[in-house]
Write a new protein. Structure first.
Length: 417
């Protein structure tokens, strides 16, 4: 058995593609679940700048050949284009990638503090959908631990870096000030919470929230901001200085006509800033063509951000590298388990057979004494072979040892190596 990762991200995939992919995540789960004999399980990590599928199955070739056509169908894309778009990783490369992603080293904003939670939520969803195998669970839980280690040792992930923080920084670099501004947040989900926290850190004068799902009032109460009812959206735009899209709900929430009408009704001539960090898009991109309006999108952020704190990044890479080696050694050590289990079961069956024979001749009491004695001998005898097997497996030499055990004790165990 092995794990394969099919990955597309902002490095080489246009953001509109990733937006479409994210909207099809549930369809991807459904299609991949149709071939359990080929694909044992999957976890999908879908964010605004990456779409990745981690797959568990018998072999790399089996997984790839089963997954790619189903993935293309679920995404509504041409199969050849999907094969060209998604990078294929296997073995240790998957482990390194998963650990790097969870630690924020593969993010658009390196060291961002959002990705670890997104990876954890992806695992939770897969578990609730019954598509997470023990092998995938171990990988993702290890990735979460590595993320925490990187955060504690380097400060990455705790420095407040996020896509919204970068967007606000871009706006400030052009002269925008937020201290007395009125900000309107579109959305009440996980990312809207991050946006609201980022705005509060900048001491925004007033924050309002709009929700197309009807949760504005409860969200506002929890976060100490104003809620905007469905019928008051146009009115709140008349006084808004900053509008931030963060809902992730399909469909444009703020149209160019909404903004034009707000300018006409308020007779305003002051500038209006729009930041869209949502996938799918919340803000009509044609608003950028209106007078006094500036729109910052994910593509704007991608073009303008630059890596920082190189020492922290180098330290994080060293932690990831050491963690990959440790995890891979652990995985290799577990590869001998089926043989040890089979060997122990064979010996225990022989012990039970002898115990039954004593029971028939001497009774239960003496049979139990014999069983305990034989099990003590068994445990003592198996200690060295088991310990040595783990050592061989950790160093990648499990094949010869496993074959020797199989030949000596006539064990029938299916093994990948």
């Amino acid at each position: 058995m092995t794990i394969v990762c099919l990955a597309a991200d902002f490095h080489d995939t246009p953001l509109p593609y990733l937006e479409r992919f994210q909207g099809r995540a549930n369809a991807v789960y459904s299609r991949l679940a149709e071939a359990p004999e080929l694909i044992a399980g999957c976890v999908v990590v879908a964010t605004c700048n990456r779409f990745e599928i981690y797959l568990d199955g018998k072999s790399v070739d089996t997984i790839v050949e089963a997954a790619l056509p189903r993935l293309a169908d679920a995404l509504g894309e041409d199969a050849i284009e999907v094969r060209r778009t998604f990078r294929i990783m296997s073995g240790q490369h998957v482990t390194r990638h998963a650990f790097s992603v969870a630690s924020g080293l593969e993010s658009m904003v390196i060291g961002e503090d959002e990705i670890s939670g997104q990876v954890t939520r992806a695992l939770d969803y897969a578990q609730h959908s019954n598509t997470c195998t023990p092998r995938l669970y171990d990988l993702f839980r290890a990735a979460a631990r590595v993320s925490k280690s990187v955060s504690h040792a380097t400060g990455l992930g705790t420095s407040g870096r996020s896509i919204i923080a970068e967007a606000l920084g871009i706006a400030e670099s052009t002269g925008t000030t937020f201290d007395s501004a009125h900000a309107v947040v579109v959305g009440t989900g996980a990312y809207a919470r991050i946006v609201t926290a980022a705005l509060k850190r900048r001491a925004i004068g007033r924050i309002s929230v709009i929700s197309r799902s009807g949760r504005a009032e409860s969200f506002a109460e929890v976060h100490g901001i104003e809620s905007v009812g469905a019928t008051a959206v146009h009115a709140v735009l008349e006084t808004a200085d900053v509008v931030i899209g963060a809902s992730g709900i399909p469909g444009i929430a703020i149209t160019a006509d909404d903004v034009v009408q707000a300018f006409i009704r308020s007779e305003r001539v002051t500038p209006m800033l729009f930041i869209d960090v949502a996938l799918p898009t919340d803000i009509d991109p044609t608003i950028a063509n209106l007078p006094h309006c500036t729109v910052i999108t994910l593509e704007t952020i991608r073009r303008q951000i630059s890596p920082q704190h190189s020492e922290s990044i180098e330290s994080a890479i060293r932690i990831v590298t050491a963690s990959v080696d440790e995890f891979e050694a652990h995985v290799r050590s577990r590869s001998i388990d089926p043989f040890i289990v089979a060997l122990r079961q064979q010996i225990e069956n022989a012990v039970e057979s002898e115990t039954d024979a004593v029971r028939r001749r001497r009774g239960d009491s003496e049979a139990e004494t014999v069983r305990r004695s034989l099990m003590r001998v068994t445990n003592s005898w198996l200690h060295t072979p088991t310990h040595r097997a783990k050592e061989f497996a950790q160093h990648g030499n499990v094949g010869e040892y496993a074959r020797a055990l199989s030949a000596l004790f006539d064990l029938e165990v299916e093994h990948d190596g």
